[in-house]
Design a binder for this molecule. Structure first.
Ligand code: FES
Length: 66
């Protein structure tokens, strides 16, 4: 699904960018072009980053309790 209409960037591309190390919306913009226009997709990009960070924290916590 296209999330950023301005730059024709899909949700999959944004997810891949986050998984490959983009830790901020600016990073995603530099890598994919998303959020380089109207900014309507900024919330989606930030949500992807937040979800990724939460997964990492949960993973780290589960490793500490083993
Ligand atoms: S929809 Fe992404 S910048 Fe406009």
């Amino acid at each position: 699904m296209i999330v950023c209409i301005c730059a024709n960037v899909s949700d999959r591309t944004i997810s891949e960018a986050v998984r490959s190390g983009c830790g901020s919306v600016d990073d995603i913009t530099m890598k994919t072009g998303a959020c380089s226009g109207c900014g309507q997709c900024r919330m989606h990009c930030q949500s992807e980053i937040d979800a990724h960070n939460t997964l990492i924290q949960v993973s780290e916590m589960s490793q500490q309790t083993v």
